[in-house]
Ligand binder design. Structure first.
Ligand code: HEM
Length: 448
């Protein structure tokens, strides 16, 4: 006899129509703290008519992301992202996804990563050349621009220097409005010309223009010896010998363009924020850089050896994971964990923010301690207690790229500078699609 399906505990305080969506929208991180406090592996929520199961147990996460992954697809909220990334790697499903992932993987292998280090260092030095000592500035904006420069040069073999302002304004608009649309029960179709829709569509068009000119430039100056991602995408053929459609090419370039710089810039920003509030950590990072790199140019081998800096990056994205919440949707009825029953269409929430702050896996979970990634304290933790890059077949393709990038950029900065937070500007996390510092991070720079 099969045991009856279990129904997870329902979060308290739901509203009649919106369910828990109203309290979630008011303060998403405080809402996640409430979920953290619930003494159960899965918490049941309702956003309007949508059932949501928030999973807190690493073994059940493994089922959703790995062992039973075929029963799930990307969550419905990803439909909003399709307005700008279309059917790129992040949002596509099934065979299209598998084929595209196979095509793009070579750009992320170790041999390619090592060839990107010089560009990463160069872009960082160019950024630093404009810094004025002891004058406050927003380092988060600088990191966004440097990450954008790096992704464009390494993946698409071009730079977009003159477009920084247009791009950053468009991205801010897209992030804010998409988040609003994801959290609205009623979404006004983009074809309806409301003021908000018009601004949103214009921002998407502004990015599309940037992407089109990247592709156009390559068409006008093809270089057969190139091996960057753009060449791979433009030259690869399917089993019938056909090249990728214009639309697919645009979607993949847009996906890498967006997913490849915003998240890494946030990871670097949060690391700099935590390091600035822990001067002893900054000192250790500087000493390590001096010991490993000395007076040489930074290389991939150096980056691999900067273990303390990398521990600080991992610790920062433990506390402030750029991808703080993502989801899946059940394609059919299925049970997970101890016979918890999900129906077709139910949504599963996975939050690195929640997983990374669980007391049973992290001592003093809210404290910044890079050393925990170097000693044995996390050794016995189950696999999905740390998942800043997701897991399974849909895990982040840019995982190693972003860690190398953050290591090279931050090593180049801390090699020459000490960074102090400007106390007049508090740093507040803003959970949009990614977890960003709300008004950026104001700092002053001193010689080290
Ligand atoms: C610290 C930086 C980054 C973080 C925290 C991050 C996080 C994530 C997470 C959590 C996922 C999985 C989402 C899901 O399962 O629904 C993901 C997927 C993805 N990421 Fe990243 N990412 C980062 C950097 C990058 C970079 C540098 C690139 C590209 C150069 C990139 C491209 C992608 C793509 C294309 C996917 C979809 C992969 C697939 O479904 O096959 N990401 N990322």
């Amino acid at each position: 006899m099969t045991s009856p399906l279990k129904v997870p505990v329902q979060m308290p305080k739901e509203k009649w129509i919106s369910g828990h969506l109203t309290s979630f929208k008011q303060d998403p991180l405080a809402f996640l703290d409430q979920i953290q406090k619930e003494d159960t592996d899965i918490v049941r929520l309702r956003f309007g008519h949508q059932n949501i199961y928030h999973i807190k147990d690493p073994d059940i996460l493994k089922e959703v992301l790995v062992t039973k992954a075929d029963y799930f697809k990307k969550a419905k909220s990803f439909a909003v992202l399709k307005a700008f990334v279309g059917e790129g790697l992040l949002t596509s499903e099934g065979e299209v996804h598998k084929q595209q992932r196979r095509r793009m993987q070579p750009s992320f292998t170790e041999s390619h990563l090592s060839s990107y280090v010089m560009v990463m260092e160069e872009e960082t030095k160019e950024m630093m050349a404009n810094w004025k000592l002891d004058t406050p500035f927003n380092i988060h904006t600088e990191l966004m621009n440097v990450a954008l420069g790096i992704i464009c040069r390494t993946m698409f073999g071009t730079d977009v220097n003159k477009d920084y302002l247009t791009i950053s304004q468009a991205i801010d608009e897209i992030m804010t409005t998409s988040t609003k649309r994801i959290r609205s029960l009623i979404k006004i179709p983009l074809s309806v010309p409301t003021k908000e829709n018009k601004k949103y569509v214009q921002s998407i068009l502004a990015l599309e223009n940037v992407i089109s000119s990247i592709i156009q430039k390559r068409r006008e100056q093809p270089t057969p010896t190139r091996t960057d991602l753009l060449s791979i995408l433009m030259e690869s053929r399917d089993k019938d010998g056909n090249v990728m459609s214009e639309r697919q090419l645009r979607d993949e370039v847009m996906t890498i363009f967006l997913a490849g710089h915003e998240t890494t810039a946030n990871a670097m920003g949060w690391t700099m924020y935590h390091v600035a509030t822990h001067p002893n950590v900054e000192r250790k990072i500087m000493d390590e850089i001096q010991e490993v790199v000395g007076n040489s140019n930074l290389t991939y081998e150096h980056a691999k050896q900067l273990t303390y800096l990398k521990a600080a990056i991992h610790e920062a994205i433990r506390l402030h994971p750029p991808a703080w919440l993502f989801g899946r949707e059940a394609k059919e009825s299925i049970t997970i964990g101890e016979n918890w029953g999900l129906h077709k269409g139910d949504v599963v929430h996975i939050s690195p923010y929640v997983m990374h702050r669980q007391k049973q896996y992290y001592q003093e979970p809210d404290t910044f301690v890079p050393e925990r990634f170097l000693d044995d304290s996390l050794k016995h933790n189950p696999r999905f207690t740390y998942l800043p890059f997701g897991g399974g077949a849909r895990s982040c393709i840019g995982n190693h790229f972003s860690i190398i990038e953050a290591t090279v950029v931050l090593a180049t900065i801390y090699r020459y500078n000490s960074i102090n937070l400007d106390k007049n500007y508090p740093v507040i996390p803003n959970p949009l699609i990614t977890l960003r510092p709300k008004e950026g991070i104001m700092v002053t720079v001193n010689d080290s």
